[in-house]
Design a binder for this molecule. Structure first.
Ligand code: DNO
Length: 353
C-alpha cells in the first residue's frame, strides 16, 4: 500500500513541502487543471507536473481526474472526438510514466453536498449532505456553489444539459458508459495505464439526473464491461458508505480478491438520517464506518496500490478548499498508516507461527 495525498497544483493553499512532512505520505494525487474538459493533455504539461512533484521528494502516483466530457456521458454524436482525445491523454500520461488514472461518470455534478461549513460538536467545520435540503435546491438558478461542481457553466448551458439528460435514463447512461469503456480500455491496456472509476457521491440520483455507480451490483456490472485489470475501481468508502446497505469491507474483499481495486479513497462519514450524512474525522469512533475493518479487508486482499485520506474537516482555524485542508487529512493519513502498520505486523507475526 502506498499512502498518497491529493494536491491541486500550484494554486492549492497546501504546498508540496508541507505534504512531504506528513509521516508516511510518499505519493501525490493530482491533475492538469488548465486544459478544458475533453481536450488532449499535452505531454509537456504532464512532464512538468511530474518533475515538480518529484523535485519535492514525492512521486506522482495517480491522476485524479481525467474528466469525461458530457457529450460522452450523454452519448451525443460528437463523443468520438472527445474519446479520441481521452485516449491521447492516456498515451501521454503513460509516456510520462503515470500509471493510474481516476475518473467518474456522474452527469453534470461531481460530488455534492448541501452545506460546506456545518459546525460539529468539537467546533470544527465539516461538509454535510441532507437530502431534504438538496431537494429544495434549484440547480438551474445559477446561484449554487457546490464543491466538485464546475461553476463555470452559464445558466443557459445548464438548462441545455438538463434538457439533454431528460432523454438519458439509467439504461442509456449504462450504454454510454459501455461505449466509452470499450473504446478506452484497449488503449489503457496497450499503453499500460490502470483506470479507476470513482463511485457516485452520493450514490443515488440527484436533481433528477441518473447515477449508476452506486453499489456492489453496479460495480460488478461495470467490471464485466471489460474484464481486465486495467478496467478497475477507485473504491471510495465515504461515497459508497453513504448508503448503509453498502458494506465496505465486504466490497473490498469481493473486488480486491479479483485484483480490480486500482485506487482507494479512505474516509469516514456519519449517517444522520435517510440519505443524509456528515463528513466526520477519519477515526472509526467519529463516524459510522469501521475504518479498521476497511483497512483489514485491504490487507487481507494484499492490496498494494495507492490509498489517500479523503476529505477532512476544517480544524485549528484552517480555511481553504472545502474538504481539502492540510491538517485533518494529514491526521487521517497518519491514522490510516498506523492501522496499516499494526495490521501488517499482526500478519507477519501470525505467518511466523
Ligand atoms: C471528491 C472526489 C471526487 C473525485 C472524482 C473522480 O472529493 O473524490 O471529486 O475526484 O469524482 O473523478
Amino acid at each position: 500500500m502506498q499512502m498518497t495525498f491529493r494536491w491541486f497544483g500550484d494554486s492549492d493553499p497546501v504546498k508540496l513541502w508541507q505534504i512531504r512532512q506528513i509521516p508516511g505520505v510518499t505519493g501525490i494525487v493530482s491533475a492538469i487543471y488548465d486544459v478544458p474538459v475533453g481536450e488532449e493533455w499535452p505531454l509537456e504539461k504532464i512532464v512538468q507536473l511530474k518533475e515538480e512533484v518529484e523535485s519535492a521528494g514525492l512521486s506522482l502516483s495517480v491522476i485524479e481526474s481525467v474528466p469525461v466530457h458530457e457529450h460522452i456521458k450523454l452519448g451525443l454524436p460528437g463523443r468520438d472526438r472527445y474519446i479520441e482525445n481521452y485516449g491521447r491523454t492516456l498515451r501521454n500520461l503513460a509516456q510520462a510514466g503515470v500509471g493510474i488514472v481516476c475518473y467518474n461518470f456522474m452527469p453534470v455534478f461531481d460530488w455534492t453536498r448541501s452545506q460546506l461549513d456545518y459546525v460539529l460538536e468539537d467546533g470544527s467545520n465539516a461538509l454535510i449532505y441532507e437530502e431534504e435540503v438538496v431537494q429544495r435546491m434549484n440547480p438551474l438558478s445559477g446561484e449554487l456553489q457546490l464543491p466538485g461542481w464546475d461553476s463555470s457553466y452559464r445558466k443557459e448551458e445548464l438548462r441545455l444539459l438538463f434538457d439533454q439528460y431528460a432523454l438519458v435514463d439509467e439504461e442509456k447512461l449504462w450504454d454510454n458508459l459501455a461505449y466509452f469503456v470499450k473504446a478506452i480500455m484497449p488503449i489503457a491496456e496497450k499503453v499500460g495505464v490502470r483506470m479507476a472509476i470513482h463511485p457516485d457521491d452520493p450514490p443515488w440520483p440527484i436533481f433528477g439526473l441518473p447515477r449508476i455507480i452506486t453499489d456492489g451490483d453496479a460495480l460488478n456490472k461495470f467490471l464485466r464491461l471489460y474484464d481486465h485489470p486495467v478496467n478497475g475501481l477507485c473504491l471510495c468508502s465515504g461515497s459508497l458508505g453513504a448508503n448503509p446497505n453498502n458494506d465496505m469491507p465486504a466490497l473490498i474483499r469481493r473486488f480486491g480478491a479479483e485484483g480490480r481495486i486500482n485506487f482507494m479513497h479512505a474516509r469516514n462519514i456519519k449517517h444522520t438520517g435517510e440519505r443524509s450524512f456528515q463528513e466526520s474525522a477519519h477515526l472509526s469512533s467519529a463516524g459510522s464506518l469501521d475504518m479498521g475493518e476497511i483497512m483489514r479487508a485491504l490487507r487481507d486482499v494484499n492490496y498494494a496500490g495507492p490509498v489517500r485520506p479523503d476529505h477532512g474537516r476544517m480544524i485549528w482555524g484552517e480555511t481553504g478548499k472545502p474538504g481539502y485542508g492540510l491538517y485533518d487529512r494529514a491526521l487521517g493519513a497518519v491514522y490510516l498508516n498506523g492501522m496499516w502498520e499494526a495490521l501488517t505486523k499482526e500478519r507477519a507475526a501470525s505467518d511466523k507461527n
